[in-house]
Design a protein around this ligand. Structure first.
Ligand SMILES: NC(=O)C1=CN([C@@H]2O[C@H](COP(=O)(O)OP(=O)(O)OC[C@H]3O[C@@H](n4cnc5c(N)ncnc54)[C@H](OP(=O)(O)O)[C@@H]3O)[C@@H](O)[C@H]2O)C=CC1
Ligand SMILES: O=C1OC[C@@H](O)[C@H](O)[C@H]1O
Length: 396
């Protein structure tokens, strides 16, 4: 059987780009995927060609082009799709660069800094008939598929409420003001960086599972850090429904408490509560490996979801420069980013221009929620990263 081959270009060679690239090199057959193949054909660093070359060597990719600028990468006719791994602040400018050059795009989360930018990207992709997807990787895990299936099949009755949290304690002084996790210049703060995973769980349990989903009402509270972005954020979303009453989603993220307070992985980070039971997902909710289904009839189903792969998966990138947190990859596992890459390949193979799991309209809805949270809490980013103008040089 001939395999559908997807040729990737990697735009930016930082922490998550390395994890993603390593996952692309894991044979899809190790996860039972036999009809597609991923090949990295090029990578680009913003600073130098040598940096891109060093990246390719580090992730074990030979015969790929190394570029010292993103502009060169998007002109490479051998590249089918570009994975964008720059900070949130730069996603809009870099996605526009790719789309304008006729490239399909997988763009890291948060999709953009605001909904206006996301809307224009979506319009641009449609105008150019190109594939565009937000790299909300957790949605593509088998565990996520399982949870959505359980909800759709009525296993826990009518879902009434989802709690989702992604929090880790970051000791004072660890993050300097220019760190991408807090700097306004890089669209920092827990909202766009980690609360987006809590929102992912709220949306994929209360929104994606509805036949005709409606946008939620938003109430929120956010505490700010030294840089003026958020570090302790709670969101209450009310999803109107035709039947079963409004559903509530509580999405939280913090740098002052931990989802996994005792470090054992035994505390649920996500609880999806229905009239006939509950589904729990254990920390970390961005890369969960354990679920529990507890039914009101007393039956319980616990499942482990190890990430497959023959050992090429890297340690997880914790975003804090490995100064806090630790790897949660078991020896011999992949990281799990390959599931979203597979979705790109299958969608492109079948002529789709967006993911079948998370439609672009939903990515836009999530951005609208985050805009509203920022509006309610006075979280403002500099004009050059909020603008919908293109091209714009972003100040360092
Ligand atoms: N899916 C996931 O699990 C994760 C996703 N992420 C997302 O990936 C993105 C990147 O995060 P991460 O890899 O941790 O970040 P890093 O800081 O490690 O890497 C970012 C890369 O972007 C490039 N870049 C271009 N312009 C700038 C700029 N002005 N300032 C800083 N870097 C710039 C850098 O240079 P160069 O081009 O030279 O490489 C750098 O290598 C974020 O959007 C983040 O939310 C992050 C961690 C986990
Ligand atoms: O996407 C992410 O997942 C893991 C977090 O630690 C990281 O900061 C974030 O960017």
């Amino acid at each position: 059987m001939s395999k559908y081959q997807l040729k990737w270009g990697i735009l930016a060679v930082g922490g998550i780009a390395e994890t993603f690239a390593r996952d692309l090199t894991v044979s899809p057959e190790t996860r039972g995927v036999k009809d597609i193949e991923h090949i990295i054909v090029a990578a680009a660093a913003s600073s130098s060609q040598q940096r891109a070359q060093a990246f390719l060597e580090k992730v074990g990719v030979r015969n790929a082009k190394a570029y010292g600028s993103y502009k060169e990468l998007v002109q490479d006719s051998n590249v089918d799709i570009i994975y964008i791994a720059t900070p949130h602040s730069h996603h809009y400018q870099h996605a526009m660069l790719c789309l304008e050059a006729g490239k399909n795009v997988l763009c890291e989360k948060a999709f953009t800094t605001n909904a206006a930018q996301a809307k224009i990207l979506i319009e641009k992709a449609r105008e150019k008939n190109l594939f565009l997807m937000e790299a909300a990787w957790t949605r593509y895990f088998p565990i996520s598929q399982y949870v959505r299936d359980q909800i759709r099949s009525g296993a826990i009755g009518t879902v009434q409420r989802t709690f989702a949290d992604l929090s880790s304690i970051v000791p004072a002084g660890v993050l300097k003001e220019d760190n991408r996790l807090i700097s306004p210049k890089l669209a920092g703060g827990v909202l766009l960086d980690t609360c987006i995973y809590s929102l992912t769980w709220v949306f994929q349990t209360l929104y994606s599972t509805q036949d005709k989903p409606s946008p939620p009402q938003v109430l929120s509270s956010a505490r700010k850090n030294i840089a003026g972005t958020d570090e302790h954020t709670s969101i209450l979303l009310t999803f109107p429904r035709q039947q079963g009453g409004d559903a509530h989603g509580i999405a939280t993220a913090s740098m002052h408490v931990a989802s996994d307070a005792d470090g054992t992985g035994s505390l649920p980070a996500v609880r999806v509560q229905g009239t006939d039971g509950e589904i729990q997902i254990f920390h970390p909710c961005f890369r969960p490996t354990k679920s529990r289904l507890a039914r009101s009839n007393g039956k319980t189903e616990e499942k482990d979801w190890p990430q497959l792969g023959p050992g090429k998966g890297s340690g997880w990138w914790n975003g804090f420069g490995n100064e806090v947190g630790k790897s949660n990859n078991a020896e011999g596992e992949g990281h799990g980013m390959f599931w979203e890459a597979d979705e790109c390949a299958y969608a492109l193979k079948d002529g789709h221009k967006e993911s079948r799991v998370q439609m672009l309209a939903e990515s836009l809805e999530v951005m609208e929620v985050m805009d509203e949270v920022r509006r309610q809490n006075g979280i403002v980013f500099p004009h050059d990263i909020e603008t919908t103008d293109y091209p714009v040089e972003i100040a360092r």
